[in-house]
Design a protein around this ligand. Structure first.
Ligand SMILES: [Zn+2]
Length: 243
């Protein structure tokens, strides 16, 4: 897509971003959405980037930075891992992140999370992480994590900005608004800590049934819609002096 068009759309959908200063006084939980090889590692599968991708690699770098910060302070971290049974497809997507394959594993830079006591890992087989956290007995692993840790703010990073991140944020805000997530107050989405995939129109039109998905534009729209649903979109995350 020509950059003029993107600039024009960004003018029509302006996204003002804030800065988040983390403080030990306000309990904040970090949510990592699908930082698995199948979405982040070049050549790892049907939904992985086919070549090095700046937006995705920056998203991984920023997610690692925040994960280290939260783990150093023993603050709560929740990580979703997209994982599918080989016999249960997820239309309209091609097979991806099959359980037991490298695709459904955390990216190498985050594998150490598996050994951290403050981290909750959750495999999910659907786009929406809140829905994907429901257990057979009706309990919800994500909602329990918020309540058990008395989380007031959630900071979200991951992939894809306009798919799994957006759906997770939207559901979390709906559940909060219904009064089921006390003491949760705010959901922050870190723009540099999110990314989406790139399927430009000129490529998509040569693939039967494919839907064009220009990366920069869809990332912007994902953030814009998250903000429209009530999330706070931030372009900076830093640690306050009291920490
Ligand atoms: Zn999936």
């Amino acid at each position: 897509m020509i950059s003029n068009t993107i600039d024009m759309l960004k003018n029509e959908l302006p996204l003002e971003q804030e800065a988040l200063i983390l403080s030990g006084d306000v309990k904040t939980g970090l949510v990592l959405v699908d930082l698995v090889n199948g979405f982040c590692t070049v050549g790892a599968g049907n939904l992985a980037p086919t070549q090095p991708d700046k937006q995705i690699s920056e998203m991984v770098d920023e997610s690692v930075r925040l994960a280290r910060l939260f783990c150093d302070k023993k603050w709560p971290v929740f990580a979703f891992l997209d994982s599918h049974h080989p016999d249960i497809p997820e239309p309209p997507y091609p097979p991806h992140c099959i359980i037991g394959t490298d695709e459904s594993k955390l990216v190498p830079e985050l594998e150490w999370l598996e050994n951290e006591s403050n981290v909750t890992l959750r495999r999910k087989d659907c786009i929406d992480g809140v829905l994907g956290s429901i257990e057979k007995d009706g309990s919800n692993v994500f909602m329990d994590w918020v309540k058990t840790n008395q989380i007031k703010n959630i900071l979200v990073v991951g992939i894809c900005t306009d798919i799994c991140v957006l759906d997770f944020v939207s559901s979390t805000l709906s559940v909060r608004n219904r009064g089921f997530l006390a003491p949760l107050e705010d959901v922050f989405v870190y723009s540099c800590g999110c990314a989406t995939y790139d399927l430009p129109h000129h490529v998509a039109r040569s693939i039967k049934g494919a839907l064009a998905h220009p990366q920069e534009l869809m990332h912007h729209i994902g953030l814009y819609m998250a903000k429209g649903r009530g999330a706070k979109v931030v372009s900076e995350v830093s640690v306050g002096a009291s920490c």
